[in-house]
Design a binder for this molecule. Sequence first.
Ligand code: TYD
Length: 214
Amino acid sequence: MSSRRGWFVVFEGLDGAGTSTQVRLLADRLRRERPDLQVAVTAEPSSGPAGALIRQVLKGRTTAVTALGQPQAFDRRALALLFAADRLDHVSCEVEPLVQAGWLVVSDRYVWSSLAYQSLDAPMEWVAHINRFAPAPDLLIVLDVAPDVGLSRVDASRPGREIFEREETLDHVAGAYREALKVLPAARACVLAGDRPVEAVAEDVWAAVRDLLT
Ligand code: TYD
């Protein structure tokens, strides 16, 4: 097994910012132009057990019931803990083993999603605290779009909306992302305007990743 360390690259942004598209385009281009690298694509919520539970909650398929039989929404602070638990599981099962073995791992979302979204329902310092064991990535790429642009892309891409996909909610999340980047600055970060043509954004992503690799 190789002892060289690889890289961990993270994409962040509001719902509909284009992170999944850009992660895919970056991985395709790396595989074409850098066949010497081993590239893995991953995401949060992850494919692990906590990630599966989180996806049910996001779709509203896990309505909680009180001891008195009253239906109520899943507790948002419990959801914050699930995201933090999923992150450590994702890091220990996927990210760290691959990076230690020399792979370049690209994740669609990471700790800044928790800081931005879960601080709607709990203090950001608590969210940072429960995520303090998440290792820093080598590069953070933030795709910046207005909430209405993101939501119209979400609506065009699939039926139905998840619990955070409302314009007022995403307005708050956008402000919280700005705050999150101050609370937890990344050693190497770039914020790209995500409301441009996909190819233009992909070119800027490529430049940032090329810089990291050289
Ligand atoms: P998203 O990544 O947009 O995936 P999909 O396009 O498959 O729905 O959805 C994940 C949602 O979860 C999104 O609304 C952001 C939210 N989220 C958090 O609230 N906290 C987190 O820590 C993470 C990783 C995601």
